[in-house]
Design a protein around this ligand. Sequence first.
Ligand SMILES: [Zn+2]
Length: 413
Amino acid sequence: MKKIIALLLSLVLLVGFVGCGEQASDVSSKASSKVSSVQSVVSKNATQSKVPEPEPFYSKVITFTKADLDKANSTQYVKPKNIIFMVGDGMGLNDITICNKFSDFKFDFGLVLDQLKNKGFATTKSASSEVTDSAASATALATGTKTANGMVGQDMYGRDLKNISEIARECGKKVGIVTSDSVLGATPSGFAVHNISRNNTAELALSFMKFKPDVLIGNGYNDFISGISAEEDTKAMFKNVNVAADFGMFEYCLTKSEKKDLPFFGFTGFGMKSGDYRLGQATEMALKTLENENGFFLMIENAGTDSAGHSNNIQGKVDNVAFFDKAVAVAVKYCMEHPDTMLIITSDHETGGVTLPEGDDYQLSDVKFTTDGHSGVNVGVFALGYGTEYFNGKTVDNTDIAKFAIKAVKGEW
Ligand SMILES: [Zn+2]
């Protein structure tokens, strides 16, 4: 339904651009012209991107071997300068089991994420319900405080909670947010901005512009543009961002554009297909862009395990865990090459209530969903890096994961 609304909204916007100044009322033509000016900032980059044929800035195919995995697990990690936090939205432990059993897109030795050295579990309930939504869970994971379902970056009383991205910035680190969802989705929002509702997309877009992560990659270009065009000074703000309106423009914008040293907002047009490496590729580009002597905090989300759960699409679950695992492999490789990096991977909640049948020789079609909503089961925590033995064999609360990661960002040991 949300997709249909988003589609309708973008159609309305398109009509707005075409018909600008002809039949629109004063107010809406003013709004449309603001949107058009913002668009022209972007299309300047688009035109330039057609000129050179850049060298690949990311891997065409993401490879990872069992030897890499063993090396990653035996590396001596030091106190981290860089923190990578990955969220499989709606990814339950059973999703990982069926991906291992049925995916033809996993690595030949299996998945990277569930073979990392340190593993545990996390409880996920929100302040308002046994069963959390992504907004409350992202807030818990990013701030260490529980809130009510629907709220992002605020406590139950509507007070702003400082999040790990803001803390990282205060510590002089760069901040990146990468998602296969809309950049205004509940998870990225919980890690960057504050609002009483995850649905206030225009306000969320403005807040993102004000916080301005150093790297922001995801879907939702139309929602974002229509949100920021609602305010006078945002056009000027937008000029100070390096914007790529689709994945094909990323490399040019990040390497050749005259704006390449400005914060980068890349809109992907993700729509996960089997055999897709783009979340991993986006992760590679984010890591390259964020690397600096003071370190960074990078949040990476894959949303497809949640939507596959809502639509009871079991193949979608399998594909999405493997898709996410390609980004995990990129992050693990980075940790291996930069032992002052910490990686924490978890889920905000499970979606679909996936259950497995009895016995060994079941087919994917025998795996059943028990809901088209979220469930309250515990999720996995997988980690690599200095001090992450903390999670090993333990069940922590999602707020404990945040507290641990925030300590790491602050360098408090
Ligand atoms: Zn959901």
